[in-house]
Design a protein around this ligand. Structure first.
Ligand SMILES: Nc1ncnc2c1ncn2[C@@H]1O[C@H](COP(=O)(O)OP(=O)(O)OP(=O)(O)O)[C@@H](O)[C@H]1O
Ligand SMILES: [Mg+2]
Length: 258
């Protein structure tokens, strides 16, 4: 059965778009058919971060205007055959969108895809309500700071009110050093605030920023620690028990000369 999951957060900039793309990659790498929906209407994110911006010909407003079919706006990824993007469109405001129409569109997509991942815009306003209104599950992305977690707690409340009960916490920008030096909260403290199961952690790493800027998702760095984070998240999403794994340290010389 197809799963529709919204990737959301309270605070902005915690990594929703980065997580959406790389979880999509990890799922597609396991053979699933995946559709990513960029629900950050008004801004464009995922197409740029995936290096697909030149391949976007049509967008949602063309479907609404009957200029093309739903299938025609889907952009196939350059590297993964079973990964597709439904791009956002700059000129479409939420007022032009009808939730019933969008829900029907999702139902149509479910016939072709195993997973539909919806990248929610920041905040808890209309964009968030739209994105979460279309999903049955949510991944709430947090960082280990009090503001991110408190804002996420408010989002959990709103999601529960919308009837979304399958909630997962994903801790992004995880730094063992920050935890040890008490510069950030730890996972237990995060759990105490949110009380929803942890689906995984993604290390704080500059290669994520570089990858996003190059339009080459970090997951493609197959040997890196971060790729393993996404593989474990996907396994847990599919119900497997996967132990927490510490980041593998680079050999001393590599660390010195980085
Ligand atoms: N694990 C990570 N380590 C280091 N930097 C990261 C990590 N994850 C994301 N980033 C960086 O953090 C910034 C914000 O990421 P991203 O755009 O994915 O967040 P977002 O939650 O979608 O933001 P917005 O709320 O604006 O939509 C980007 O510069 C991204 O490269
Ligand atoms: Mg984003």
């Amino acid at each position: 059965m197809s799963r529709t999951i919204v990737i959301t957060s309270g605070k902005g900039g915690v990594g929703k778009s980065s997580m959406t793309i790389n979880i999509g990659y990890a799922l597609a790498d396991k053979g699933a058919k995946v559709c990513l929906i960029d629900a950050d209407f008004g801004l464009k994110n995922l197409d740029v971060m995936m290096g697909l911006e030149n391949r976007v010909i049509y967008d949602l407003k063309d479907v609404i205007a009957n200029k093309c079919s739903l299938k025609q706006i889907l952009v196939k990824d350059k590297r993964m055959d079973s990964l597709f993007l439904l791009p956002a469109c700059k000129s479409l405001a939420f007022d032009n969108l009808n939730l019933d129409y969008m829900s029907k569109m999702i139902e149509q997509l479910k016939e072709d895809f195993d997973y539909i991942l919806i990248d929610s815009p920041a905040g808890v306003e209309k964009g968030f309500q739209y994105a979460s209104g279309l999903a049955q599950e949510a991944i709430i992305v947090v960082t280990l700071d009090v503001v991110s977690l408190r804002d996420a707690d408010r989002v959990v409340g709103l999601l529960l009110k919308q009837g979304i009960t399958q909630l997962h916490m994903l801790v992004n920008k995880y730094s063992e050093e920050d935890i040890i030096k008490k510069r950030s909260l730890d996972l237990k403290e995060a759990y105490d605030i949110l009380s929803i199961p942890l689906i995984g952690i993604v290390y704080d790493d500059h290669i994520m920023i570089e990858a996003n800027n190059k339009g080459m998702p970090v997951y493609m760095n197959k040997n890196d620690n971060i790729t393993g984070c996404f593989q474990r998240i996907v396994k847990r999403l599919e119900g497997m028990e996967v132990p927490f794994q510490k980041k593998k340290r680079k050999p001393l010389l590599e660390r010195i000369f980085r």
